[in-house]
Write a protein that binds this ligand. Structure first.
Ligand SMILES: O=c1[nH]c(=O)c2ncn([C@@H]3O[C@H](COP(=O)(O)OP(=O)(O)OP(=O)(O)O)[C@@H](O)[C@H]3O)c2[nH]1
Ligand SMILES: [Mg+2]
Length: 190
């Protein structure tokens, strides 16, 4: 039977995405020490839970120790939640200026941004998942295109790219997932 994970003293966030890292550093500042390693992990196909769980196991195997990983989805309601975990490849090929055209044949522009973190204590351990979701819609690009699809995801009238970073972190899929991670960390030390 799997035992519960030991309380981590710091988190080693395995990601190659500098923008994700900056947000996670900002949100977890003062909560727990964060280190980062950029390891190119194979990402399987499947549900976001399957993708993230597998990513955490691969990362723990690669560094032979405890890891935090994250996988982000952008899900279009009109497409029954696709592209989901495969958004990266659509964004890479279309670019933020053209992404909104994916829904041009649909009236329903609603989209969910979903962030799933997984903490894995080490090789052979079961990852623990923390998920956050923000509902919005896919729009024509507005604002800085520095981070992924931030300029195409509108929440309450503003795209993520039009918000101050701190405002985005308060309402974002990532901010919500990290609130759950913080709650879990607090429970572990009691
Ligand atoms: O506008 C954005 N606002 C965000 O808040 C956000 N979070 C992730 N992304 C993008 O969505 C894809 C996820 O793929 P992803 O989870 O596999 O990430 P990644 O491959 O870049 O890094 P990682 O897998 O090494 O952690 C990648 O294209 C990311 O750039 C975002 N775009
Ligand atoms: Mg990735």
């Amino acid at each position: 039977m799997a035992s519960s994970p030991a309380v981590p003293k710091h988190l080693n966030f395995i990601t190659g995405n500098k923008n994700k890292l900056a947000e996670v550093q900002a949100i977890l500042a003062g909560v727990i020490e964060l280190t980062n390693q950029n390891i190119d992990l194979v990402e399987i196909q499947g549900t976001v839970e399957e993708v993230t769980t597998d990513k955490a196991r691969r990362a723990a195997d690669a560094i032979q120790g405890p890891v935090l990983v994250e996988d982000t989805c952008l899900c279009f309601k009109a497409m029954n939640d696709l592209p989901g975990p495969y958004i990266k490849w659509f964004l890479l090929s279309l670019g933020p200026q053209n992404l909104h055209k994916m829904l041009s044949g649909f009236d329903d522009k609603s989209a969910s941004a979903v962030c799933t973190f997984a903490y894995c204590e080490g090789p052979g351990h079961d990852p623990v998942l923390f998920q956050g979701r923000t509902e919005g819609k896919l729009v024509e690009s507005r604002g800085s295109t520095v981070f992924g699809w931030d300029s195409c995801f509108e929440y309450e009238g503003l795209t993520y790219a039009e918000m101050e970073k701190a405002e985005k972190n308060k309402i974002s899929h990532r901010g919500k997932a990290l609130e759950k991670l913080k709650g879990w960390l607090a429970e572990q030390v009691q």
